[in-house]
Write a protein that binds this ligand. Structure first.
Ligand code: GLC
Length: 607
């Protein structure tokens, strides 16, 4: 189907949504003409990709897909540097590469690039727009899809709009949410929670130059965009189409729940957020069908369903599996899988088109958002549990092996979050014996196997595959020292990476664990997007289990979250099953013995 036909198929819906939200025909016409322009400028390679994707719309969920996330500068300095390292990415088996924000950003205080000064140019330390396009070409030729972090909730205060707004330009001021005095900001503060209570308290900042209060949900240099203004929406979508034509295949919608503000609400997950995401989906699907949307929705599971939309009016293709991630760490610290199991079951009740990017670590902190109702129901005190988790992962709890840190401790609520690389958290930073080292490696296998078994797409945090440890040097940097998330943003250590082929090294062992997991998934219909996924009762609160099924083929993935030997049995699993990890046989319906942190991928079917 060519563009005009695709456009006709969505025209009514797009116009209806746009007019409902903005009631502005001129701006709608201008949006439609940009769509036509970008569609006509799409290069041949990308048009071919569009056709392939139209024929295979679930391409991003294929069992061969493995994602990785990284900062360009930390991994290879520049976009060209990444292109030069493509053979390493191939060796790791990556098919989807998420680059953290790379658009133009202020020199200092830029929240790791999450403050954007120009949506159409790059941070020149990393390279040019042309370099991004070349990198996307190289990646595509190597079977890797480029994912771009698209920071859509705010700009930096050095964006052209902000600069003009400061000088008094009224139209530029309308791109933001500003007020002459504290009356309305104070009213907002009554209902809007703080994102960074310690490092950036409050939701407004005062711009001396403008003489007005500006809504700034995140850091003071990040000014929230005013999506009530259609000029904002049109500019943002045009920028997305621009990057899609440079070869970006996945847009990570940064902080998307926050984009719509309404006085008297908490300014999160409001209905118009969904109108906007739905419009973005149909616009991109029409202009650049090869692209998909990944929502960064760090919210309670009950909020998530809405971001997938309905099956006939879908919104995001995939969302971050934040609650799975939090509960994986939670289960590991408490050696109790009840909350993890409950949480995964909750996610599996979402509509069939709800798929997640599953991960253990990313560039952000781990926020201890457990399901408080469930906690109370099973007799866990939510506050004490949270305190236990952040103390444990900071190595402050007796017996803890972790070397993480604390992020945004809130004196009023005693809330805090956790930072640290995977390797430092699981005990690879300092161990006193080989036995402890082995345990740490087993923890790595346990949590990554869980991620590879869940419904959706597994994501590796760059550096995890070679056990990168925390980097404390950020404390010496004036702009970074108050943001402990930099603890887990070390420069990729290429000397360590050289060890991946050196048998027996930690790097080689971690890398190999991931390769084995990739091998198990790849080409297996048990990991196809349509395979059924359920949790399964192990009759043991320390043993988590997931069942995958495709017709007669069954896989039972079993995870011992305790450091000690455990026994489990699984009703309705009769007969002998083979473990894909070791080749050993087990009878899951009778008795399965697992040593500390053991993982089994038991199947009745072997190709
Ligand atoms: C997202 C990012 C986070 C950033 C924030 C503001 O939550 O993941 O790193 O600070 O958005 O852009």
């Amino acid at each position: 189907m060519a563009y005009p036909e695709r456009f006709r198929s969505i025209k009514n819906e797009l116009e209806w949504l746009y007019m409902e939200l903005y009631d502005n025909r001129d701006m709608l016409a201008s949006l439609e003409s940009s769509m036509e322009k970008y569609a006509s400028e799409r290069k041949n390679d990308l048009r071919k990709l569009d056709e392939r994707r139209i024929d295979n719309p679930k391409w991003y969920l294929d069992s061969s897909m493995v994602a990785e996330t990284m900062y360009t500068n930390l991994f290879a300095g520049t976009f060209k540097g990444i292109a030069d390292k493509v053979s390493y990415l191939r060796q790791l088996g990556i098919t989807y590469l998420h680059l953290m924000p790379f658009m133009k950003t202020p020199e200092k205080d830029n929240d790791g690039g999450f403050a954007v000064s120009d949506f159409l140019s790059t941070d020149d330390k990393l390279g040019t727009v042309n370099d991004v396009e070349n990198l996307a070409d190289v990646l595509r030729d190597n079977g890797i899809s480029l994912c771009m972090d698209f920071v859509m909730n705010h700009t930096s205060d050095e964006h052209e709009w902000a600069i003009k707004a400061k000088k008094g330009d009224k139209r530029a001021q309308e791109m933001y949410i500003t007020f002459p005095d504290r009356t309305i900001p104070d009213a907002y503060e009554k209902t809007v929670p703080e994102v960074f209570p310690e490092t950036a308290p409050g939701n407004f900042i005062y711009s001396e130059e403008m003489g007005r209060w500006v809504l700034s949900t995140f850091y003071p240099k990040q000014w929230d965009l005013n999506y009530h203004n259609p000029a904002v929406f049109n500019s943002i979508v045009s920028a997305m189409m621009f990057w899609a034509n440079k070869g970006v295949e996945v847009f990570r919608l940064d902080a998307v729940p926050y984009i719509w503000k309404e006085l008297g609400t908490n300014c999160r997950n409001l209905p118009n957020v969904h109108t906007i995401v739905r419009m973005i989906r149909i616009i991109l699907e029409t202009v650049a069908p090869a692209t998909i949307l990944k929502g960064e929705v760090v919210m309670a599971p009950k909020e998530l369903a809405a971001y997938f939309g309905t099956s006939d009016k879908p919104e995001c293709h995939i969302l971050y599996g934040v609650s799975s991630m939090v509960n994986i760490w939670g289960a590991l610290a408490s050696e109790d899988i009840r909350l993890l199991k409950y949480q995964i079951e909750d996610l599996l009740t979402l509509p069939p088109h709800a798929y997640f990017v599953n991960y253990v670590r990313c560039h952000d902190d781990i926020g201890w958002g457990f399901d408080e109702n469930k906690e109370s129901e099973i007799g866990i005190d939510p506050l004490l549990h949270k305190i236990y988790q952040y103390q444990f992962w900071a190595g402050k709890f007796p017996g803890s092996y972790a070397k993480g840190g604390i992020y945004n401790y809130d004196e009023k609520t005693l809330d805090a979050r956790t930072v640290g690389t995977t390797a430092s958290l699981i005990g690879l930073e300092s161990y006193e014996s080989d036995e402890e080292k082995e345990k740490a490696i087993s923890r790595f296998r346990l949590i990554y196997s869980t991620v590879f078994a869940l419904k959706g797409l597994p994501l590796i945090n760059s550096g995890d595959e070679i056990g990168m440890l925390n980097d404390e040097s950020y404390m010496l940097n004036k702009e970074k020292k108050d943001d402990s998330r930099y603890l887990h943003r070390p420069f990729f250590d290429w000397d360590k990476a050289n060890n991946i082929n050196l048998k027996g090294t930690v790097e080689n062992r971690l890398f190999s664990i991931l390769k084995v997991l990739e091998g198990i998934r790849k080409g297996s219909s048990l990991f196809s997007p349509d395979a059924e996924v359920f949790t399964w009762d192990s009759h043991n609160d320390k043993v988590f289990a997931l069942r995958r099924r495709d017709g007669e083929k069954v896989l039972l993935a079993v995870f011992n979250y305790s450091h000690e030997t455990q026994h489990a049995h699984f009703d309705y699993f009769t007969g002998i099953f083979k473990d894909l990890l070791t080749g050993k046989e087990a009878e899951p319906g009778i008795d399965v013995e697992l040593s500390g942190y053991d993982v089994l991928f038991l199947t009745n079917y072997c190709d």
